[in-house]
Structures are given as C-alpha cells and as structure tokens.
Design a protein. Structure first.
Length: 329
C-alpha cells in the first residue's frame, strides 16, 4: 500500500468515526432534551407518537409516512377495515370495544386518524405509500374531505434533510428512552404529556399519559355547521378521494364523532347522501367529552361499540369475497 493510499484510508476511517461520534452525540442530546416525556405508555407494539416537548413534538406523521415503524406499515397494508379522520377519530375509536369486536371476528383493522386536524390529503398519501388495500373504509366525515396540510404533514411530504434527520433521532431516542426509564425510572420525571400509538391497530393510548379523563357534557346548542360553499367543496373533494380509493360506495361508511364544536353528524349525513355511501349514526344522548371536541374514554367505549355493531351488515357484504369457503361435498 502506498503512502497516498494509506493516507486516504486513514482519512476515510477518521471521517466515519467522526460521523458516528456526531450521530451518537445527537442521539444523546435528543435524549437529554426529551427525557421528561412520559414512558408509561410504551407497550410491546406501542411507539411515542407525540410528546409535548419542543425538541420532540410530533413523530407519527413522519413515522407512518416513511415506514419507520415497520409493523405499523405492514398492519396498514394488511388491514381489511381502516378508520380515517382527525384526532376525533383517534379519540372515538381507540377503545376496547373496537378491539373486542374485530378480535372476536378475526378481522384486521387500523385506526388511521391524525392530530393537527389532518384530513383527506394526508390520509390519501399514507394509503398510497403504504400500499393499503382495505375492503372497508369508515370515515369520520366532519367533513374530512378538505384540502391543505398541517405543518407536520407538510414537513413529512416535503422530506427535507433536516426533518428526516430529526425523525431518525426521534426513532432512536424512543429505544433509549424506553430502556432508560425502565431500568432507571428515577431519571425520568414523566412530566411531559405524551401520546402513544399502537403499531398493531393504530389506536391511541392518551387518556392518562396525555390528558386526564374528564366528563364535559356534550352540548348540542354550541355546535356549528359549515358554510354551504365549504360543504359543496367537501362533496367535490370527497368524490375525487373516493374515486382514487376505488371502493364500492356501499363499502365506504361515513359517520360523525359527536362533539360540542361541530355538527359532525349533520355534516356527515349530508356528505353520505351526496356521495352515495353507507352511513352509521348511533344515538348521542348521554355522551360526554374531554374538552368539548373529543369523546372521553367512557363515551368512546359506548359510541364506538355501537358503530362497529352497526357495521356488521357492511362487513358481511364487503368481506364475503375473502372469507374462507366450505368445500363442496
């Protein structure tokens, strides 16, 4: 080996070591900055979707778009039933009732709602990128069919290097955070509210690690609808979205998660009629919210249980082609 070639080898080794060292330092700094995120929600298949920390914030938009949680991507791709919508979808369908209903029937489902008010544009991007091919879509249409993206969704779709770098650090931080808080819990103050998400079925674990269970009465008198021109726009965007998805409209179910801010049921009813989809609207009497906008856990259990029970005829119709058939005698 010549002196020149040895010099290049040493330089390459030095550069690699410097890069590795810088990466380790970056992960260490990420851990220091976010050590106060709560760790109680980590489960076998749960990841830290959001932490109210300036250096962490949202993770789930980028993680699900880029497939950083491989189990989540696989489960989105293989889900027979996918729930779409905003954080109201996550609050309404993150329930034991939903898991029990589909588990009993051996049906794969995924709750694919997002915080920050994201709706059809980002959902469409996730469905395409994940290679999803659901047989049934359940959409919390209040109205859901909108244009525009939240800042986290826009960052994910833009995919700039700085965003991807931070996203990778967040991925690694969780592994360190989980192990560190388990082995040395005195280090972790658990002071920053956090939302965990199941990679298995997409449900949020947020009552406790993010927000306390409350019972704010459901108030219909405070509900607002949307302007006629906004409703017409939602109908047009809904047509485009559903044409791209390509499902028979009888296998698309619109609903409206009750809340005190929007007349979700009324909006979803009009959209279902215009788009010629199926629809489900359980009774809303006696329901309560966490904050006026999201169902509390007790009400979510009741409401989501009624939705999935009412979904049974749609399942029988739209999943019949993939059910095992008896051999002829």
């Amino acid at each position: 080996m010549t002196v020149r070639s040895r010099g290049w080898t040493y330089l390459a080794v030095f550069a690699a070591c410097a890069l590795a060292g810088g990466f380790v330092l970056a992960v260490g700094q990420m851990t220091i900055d976010n050590i106060h995120c709560r760790s109680s929600g980590y489960g076998v298949d749960d990841f830290l979707a959001y932490c109210r920390s300036k250096r962490y914030g949202d993770y789930e938009h980028g993680a699900l778009y880029y497939g950083l949680e491989p189990a989540a991507r696989d489960n989105i791709r293989n889900a027979q039933v996918i729930f779409l919508g905003s954080s109201r979808t996550q609050a309404g369908f993150s329930s034991k009732a939903v898991r029990a209903y589909f588990g009993k029937r051996g049906i794969r489902f995924f709750v694919l709602g997002f915080g920050y008010g994201d709706a059809s544009p980002f959902a469409s991007a996730i469905l395409r990128r994940s290679g999803a091919s659901p047989k049934i879509l359940v959409i919390n249409a209040d109205p859901f069919f909108m244009d525009g993206l939240s800042p986290p969704a826009q960052e994910a779709l833009d995919g700039h290097f700085a965003f991807l770098w931070r996203l990778g650090l967040k991925f690694l931080f969780q592994r360190v955070h989980r192990a560190l808080c388990y082995s040395a819990p005195f280090i972790c103050s658990e002071s920053e509210p956090s939302i965990f998400r199941s990679a298995h079925d997409g449900q949020w674990n947020w009552i406790g690690p993010y927000v306390a269970e409350k019972a704010v009465p459901f108030d219909r008198s405070a509900q607002k609808s949307i302007a006629p021109e906004e409703l017409e726009k939602a109908k047009d965007l809904g047509e485009k979205f559903l044409r791209e998805v390509g499902l028979d409209r009888r296998c698309v179910v619109l609903t409206g998660a009750p809340n005190s801010d929007l007349d979700s049921v009324g909006i979803a009813e009009q959209l279902a009629a215009a788009l010629k989809t199926s629809s489900i609207f359980p009774p809303v009497d006696g329901l309560a919210t966490l904050d006026g906008g999201h169902l509390n856990l007790t009400s979510a259990e009741r409401w989501s249980g009624q939705v999935v029970e009412a979904l049974s005829p749609v399942l029988a119709d739209c999943l019949q082609d993939i059910r095992p058939r008896r051999r002829s005698q």
